[in-house]
Design a protein around this ligand. Structure first.
Ligand SMILES: N[C@@H](CCC(=O)N[C@@H](CS)C(=O)NCC(=O)O)C(=O)O
Length: 208
């Protein structure tokens, strides 16, 4: 963990939703680092949007400096909190795993953004047909370690767990042919700090 983490002031801006910010909240909770979890109400967004970099969230403020892009923020916090790999190769393996998960998430986001009922139904069917194959590819990346890398939980495990949660809104049984991933999902969920956040986190009506 960075020696400066305990004095650093963090402010995370996102909607009152899980979506692209929840993995960041998991990271803070695992590292036991305090932050201000600013949850913007959708009704206030038109005004608040103007104050956000690239007019989007999540945005992370670190001692008053702002960072955009959820994956950049994810990696920054993982590095700060010691939840990344121990060398460049492990970090690259984690990046690859996370980026593959992100591609799956993007398919779910298409559904979240599609309001026309027929089109939405088609997008859901597409996701249900495609994601099991994509998880089977991810399964091949998981070795025989306790977690994705070694014996310690990292951002890869948290990101994967969050991906499964997002996809579960639209599909079920998609890990049926992926025993290693299913075991990883259960292990992450049973991690004491993850379990604690799952129990404590505010419920949101909008999970995407
Ligand atoms: N590539 C960006 C995408 C950010 C993004 O699409 N944010 C959405 C919420 S998930 C947003 O701000 N939507 C409101 C808007 O664009 O007005 C990232 O990963 O941070």
């Amino acid at each position: 963990m960075s020696s400066s983490s305990s004095q650093t002031s963090y402010k995370l801006y996102y909607f009152n939703a899980y979506g692209r910010a929840e993995v960041l909240r998991f990271l803070f909770h695992l590292a036991e680092v305090e932050y201000e979890d600013v949850r913007i109400e959708f009704a206030d967004w038109t005004k608040t949007k103007q104050e956000m970099g690239f007019k989007q969230v999540p945005v992370l403020e670190v001692d008053g400096k702002r960072l955009t892009q959820s994956l950049a923020i994810t990696r920054y916090l993982a590095r700060e909190f010691g939840l990344y790999g121990k060398d460049n190769w492990e970090c690259a393996l984690i990046d690859s795993f996370v980026d593959n998960c992100q591609e799956i998430i993007e398919q779910a986001i298409v559904i979240i953004k599609t309001f026309e009922p027929e089109q939405r139904k088609k997008e859901i069917e597409k996701l249900q047909a495609d994601v099991p194959k994509e998880f089977e590819e991810l399964e091949k990346l998981v070795g025989d370690n306790n977690y994705f890398i070694g014996d310690q939980i990292t951002v890869a495990d948290l990101f994967f767990y969050n991906t499964v949660s997002i996809v579960s809104q639209f599909a079920s049984n998609f890990l049926q042919t992926c025993p290693k991933l299913e075991a990883l999902r259960s292990k992450v969920e049973a991690h004491p700090r993850v379990a604690d956040w799952l129990q404590k986190r505010p419920a949101t009506s909008y999970t995407g």
